[in-house]
Design a protein. Sequence first.
Length: 635
Amino acid sequence: MASRYHKVYESWQNDPEGFWASAAENIDWVKPADKIFDPDAGVYGHWFAGATCNTCYNCLDRHVAGGRAGQLALIHDSPITGTQKKFTYAELLEDVAAFAAVLQDLGVTRGDRVIVYMPMIPEAAIAMLACARIGAIHSVVFGGFAANELATRIDDAAPKAILSASCGIEPGRVIAYKPLLDKAIELSTAKPQACVIYQREQALASMIEGRDHDWAALLDAAKADGKRAECVTVAATDPLYILYTSGTTGEPKGVVRDNGGHMVALYWSMKNLYGVEPGEVYWAASDVGWVVGHSYIVYAPLLHGNTSILFEGKPVGTPDAGVFWRIISEHKVAAMFTAPTAFRAIKQIDPKGEFIEKYDLSNFRTLFLAGERADPDTLLWAEKHLKVPVIDHWWQTETGWCIAGNPVGLGALPVKHGSPCVPMPGYEIHILDDNNRQVEAGKIGAISLKLPLPPSCMPTLWNADARFREAYLEEFPGYYKTADAGYLDAEGYVYVMSRTDDIINVAGHRLSTGAMEEVVAAHPDVAECAVVGIADQIKGQIPAGFIVLSAGVNRPTEEIESEVIALVREKIGPVAAFKLVMAVPRLPKTRSGKILRGTMRCIADGEDYKTPATIDDPVILDEIAQVLEGRGYPG
Ligand code: COA
Ligand code: AMP
């Protein structure tokens, strides 16, 4: 089928407001918008100004009323615990409405923040939807972050309540969440009034009298009393959630997502980009702590009337490298979305794709990859063995949905390996040089998005309009700075090559090396340090720490290196995957004192580099290469 993409994109270009007004007809509004786009509201404008709505209503109530009550809404498939739990739309609505009443009883009202620090259990989705139902703003914090990171988010969001579980389960170990939560609350100044803890049998949490409540006890009581929160009407421009993401400094940025634009863009994406029909099974193998989990485990599939899978496991080892295919086959998944790192992990264990042969994948139509650059090897392997289109698409926490992709629902465009394809309606991609001028096709520059951003993209940072302007809008006036570098080819395909800041992507997880440097530098024996992202076969990138010890330190170097590793794990969390630290005599710098991190990365990755003309002492590069060689780099 010829793709309708160009026609649809052109229709958006000709009439952006008309395009989104028509997309908005798929959403049930309490009151429709006065203005589809109000350029004078907020920092760069607001979508669906004057409209009122409720996101939970659109995810659940309207489907129950409209004939999907008995259809599965959510399947929790947890190979790590050996359990499965299924919820129809009616059952999910029942739990969400009752839990929303629990939150109201705890004093949570419209506009209050609620932090959700949970593993991949259905209660995480229930928590998010219950907040949406009563107009509270959730902020989900990924379970792999340490107490310190959680505390930073508590202080910024100042939540009235925190929802958590007694533990998360990783292969071979149970992680007690409650001690981390207690420590985070102790470290923070903005103390929540209440915590609701879901007790899992693998590790029971001890509760603090007066503050902590048992999830199941409150939910059961609310149900027994027939309590059920009705949907609270909010403005389309009110925040649905805040999601903290790594920024260019150690302080995470609170990305705000509004209610109205988010629903419109996500709904549009399900059919047009992912090519699924309501009623089909959609699976995003991510975590609710990341934006992919927010958009494509919880909100988009439910808005669109699909069945969503919440997967608690790993692509390998739970129990084997066939778990993805077992799930696709057993639940009849039509489209799957994950990060390339998951496929690299599978490919390493099952290079011939033998596990794939064991399962009936006849319902499976498309694999979507995002979160990091999809290397052609991985794409080719997946295409060859799965025998379905493998679609790379590019997006960011800040946008909440795809910036550039291959819109399968509109008719797929030819795939070019190495490119996540073309901009979605709403996005005008320009490649700019340092003087804010567009560069010609094929030339690398700063990938920038012409303002205004489309619906679902963040309107601002939580309580930080000035930081939002400074971080994203000031460098290239009239544009949003993606902080990705790349190019457009002559056919308008975009190529995303690298970040222009200190962000690295480790196993699809977005991390700041600057934040890691802050922690490493705090070790008393470290005089100075640099953390750079170096290539890793499975995780794409991993952080490598280079430390220069303070004068007079005469303890064994290995001891200090281990302490530094432990410090990052304690302060940022295991998700940082910070396991490589090397003491070096000196760090390479320019004469003005700028550490040459890029050159160090090239040495570690075995890439060609030019010794910068401004280098202070080129011999230091040889010293670095020698230390890296001792650790097996380049590999
Ligand atoms: N709670 C607590 N700890 C967690 C955690 C969580 N929710 N998630 C990860 N961790 C821990 C891991 O156990 C690991 O700890 P370790 O250092 O003791 O081994 C550490 O954080 C690093 O995790 P990760 O980088 O994910 O490595 P991994 O070896 O556990 O798994 C992959 C590697 C590739 C299998 C896994 O990252 C994956 O499946 N990724 C693809 C899907 C995805 O999540 N994408 C994100 C955005 S789409
Ligand atoms: P996150 O906010 O965690 O989604 O990470 C966003 C960043 O991940 C982007 O700015 C890119 O650097 C990278 N990224 C995401 N998807 C892709 C992709 N398909 N190709 C290349 N890089 C990607």
